[in-house]
Design a protein around this ligand. Structure first.
Ligand code: NAP
Length: 483
């Protein structure tokens, strides 16, 4: 019998008022139910917001070092449960054991990092133009914030929103993705163990329409931090804008890696291959376009095809190179894009099929896929696929490579593989992306640097992570003090 889990509201584990639930299944073996969660309603969201608003003043008044102590103890409680959390992440979302362990460690480190930040939120002192007057700024918590998160990094993303929000003295209501709510539940068990006061952080599970939308629209919510698709994020931003609340949406990507003639092709293949097929291509920063100079195009295509065909695919618990898609819907969408690419005139170089056979029958496995002879205007080169599909575009010079890299609505992460310093710097200057990398995969970013996109990848209001992660969750007050 799978365990039934509840919401966490006002420091209590509570059932949804309607009493409905939904099951979460293992994408590598759909017979396995990972857990049963509350299909909450707008009334549950109202309750959670009410308790969060009521406790905000006390939490903001809690000294920074004590807020930090709770975050640090949360990180340590998570560290004690690292193996269990890793296994749950694999069973629920499907990524490999190594990928999941790295993500859980990331969440632990995020709590440790913001534990220190809560001690010093900063502020500036300015010279006043008047005599006997002090002029300074102080940072205050925004208030009560709503957090909405996706399934693809189901512990790192909730951690990188919750930790800075709480460090800065905000109270929180979070709605995790319905496909992977367990990791947020584990974080809340750790927050509870660390002694977080009742009502400061509240967890409500349920659908985007019944929980996410009312949370984003609620007039007692002072800020909404959302990560997910560009279509949902756009609706969230519009709804939040109705009453002028602060909003931050980090959304999709169509990330390129440019491969120039001076590149070492083996290392270019590793950079592109890990970026494209790691996490089953289900990263916002996944490399989905290789833009390759004609001088090395044939060599690159042959090597990346070998790379894709060499990958071991299987259940994440066995720690293969690539796990399953998270759901039937995501798998079908990937296969549909393979058809679209072929219909538009591209060549299917390798992959493009659902995996079959005993090991694969109960799950959502797909072959790593390389599509060549892609033109930039094709849908396979324009739209986010969110699966292990690499589109390879041939270009004849650096200028064309940059033009193709920028020829999409998205602008999250971009990289170039080159040994030419001038090319590297010109790429960093010209590429329209929030993250630009040289001789590095498009995925992955350390936790202490700002993360966010350009163009349709982001509302471009604030960045996440590092010091920038605190900006969204604080308001700046300017103070005149005459004496
Ligand atoms: P999604 O479908 O947009 O869902 C994201 C979250 O929004 C989920 O919690 C979802 O709830 C909720 N939601 C759905 N409809 C809503 C509504 N009308 N109002 C408010 N909330 C609503 O995205 P996803 O499939 O989970 O995640 C994949 C996407 O996230 C990709 O596009 C990827 O690029 C993007 N992503 C971006 C970043 C970044 O930092 N830029 C990082 C990771 C992922 P349910 O789960 O209940 O539907």
């Amino acid at each position: 019998m799978p365990t039934e889990y509840t919401n966490y509201v006002g420091g209590q584990w509570t059932e949804s008022e309607r009493g409905d639930t939904f099951d979460v299944r293992n994408p590598a073996d759909t017979d396995e139910v990972i857990g049963t969660y509350q299909a909450s309603t707008e009334a549950d969201v109202e309750d959670a917001i009410e308790t969060a608003v009521a406790t905000q003043g006390d939490w903001a008044g809690t000294p920074g070092p004590e807020r930090g102590r709770i975050l640090r103890d949360t990180g340590e409680a998570l560290a004690v449960r690292k193996d269990e959390a890793t296994e749950t992440l694999v069973r629920e979302e499907g990524k490999t054991r190594s990928e999941a362990a790295g993500e859980v460690q990331r969440a632990i480190d995020i709590f440790r990092y913001y534990a220190e930040k809560s001690r010093d939120l900063g502020g500036t002192s300015k010279a006043s133009s008047a005599p006997a007057s002090e002029l300074y700024t102080k940072r205050e918590p925004l208030g009560t914030v709503g957090l909405i998160t996706p399934w693809n990094y189901p512990i790192a993303i909730p951690a990188w929103k919750l930790a800075p929000a709480l460090a800065a003295g905000n109270t929180v209501v979070i709605k995790p993705a319905s496909q992977a709510p367990s990791m947020t539940r584990i974080i809340f068990e750790c927050l509870d163990k660390a002694g977080l006061p009742s009502g400061v952080a509240n967890l409500v599970t349920g659908s985007g329409s019944e929980v996410g939308a009312p949370l984003a629209a609620h007039d007692e919510i002072d800020g909404v931090s959302f990560t997910g698709s560009t279509s949902v994020g756009t609706a969230v931003a519009q709804s939040a804008a109705d009453d002028l609340k602060r909003v931050q949406c980090e959304m999709g990507g169509k990330n390129p890696t440019v491969v120039m003639p001076s590149a070492d092709i083996d290392s270019a293949v590793d950079i592109v291959g890990v970026g494209a097929f790691g996490t089953t291509g289900q990263s916002c920063t996944a490399c989905s376009r290789a833009i390759v100079h004609e001088d090395v195009y044939d060599e690159f295509v042959e090597a990346i095809t070998d790379y894709a065909e060499s990958l071991e695919i299987g259940p994440g618990l066995n720690d293969p190179d690539m796990g399953p898609h998270v759901s039937r819907g995501e798998l079908d969408s990937t296969l549909e894009y393979v058809d679209i690419a072929r219909d538009d005139g591209a060549t299917l170089q390798t992959g493009g099929n659902e995996c079959t056979g005993d090991e694969y029958d109960g799950g959502f496995f797909v072959e790593p896929t390389v599509v060549t002879e892609v033109e930039s205007e094709m849908r396979i080169a324009q739209e986010e696929v969110f699966g292990p599909v690499l589109a390879v575009v041939k270009v004849s010079d650096f200028e064309e490579a940059v033009a193709v890299a920028n020829d999409v609505d998205y602008g999250l992460s971009a990289s170039i593989v080159t040994q030419d310093l001038t090319e590297a710097n010109r790429f960093v200057d010209a590429v329209e992306a929030g993250v630009a990398k040289v001789n590095e995969k498009t995925t992955g970013l350390e936790l202490h640097v700002p993360f966010g996109g350009y163009k349709d990848s982001s509302t471009n209001t604030y960045r996440e992570q590092g010091d920038a992660g605190l900006d969204f969750f604080t308001a700046t007050k300017t103070v005149y003090m005459n004496y």
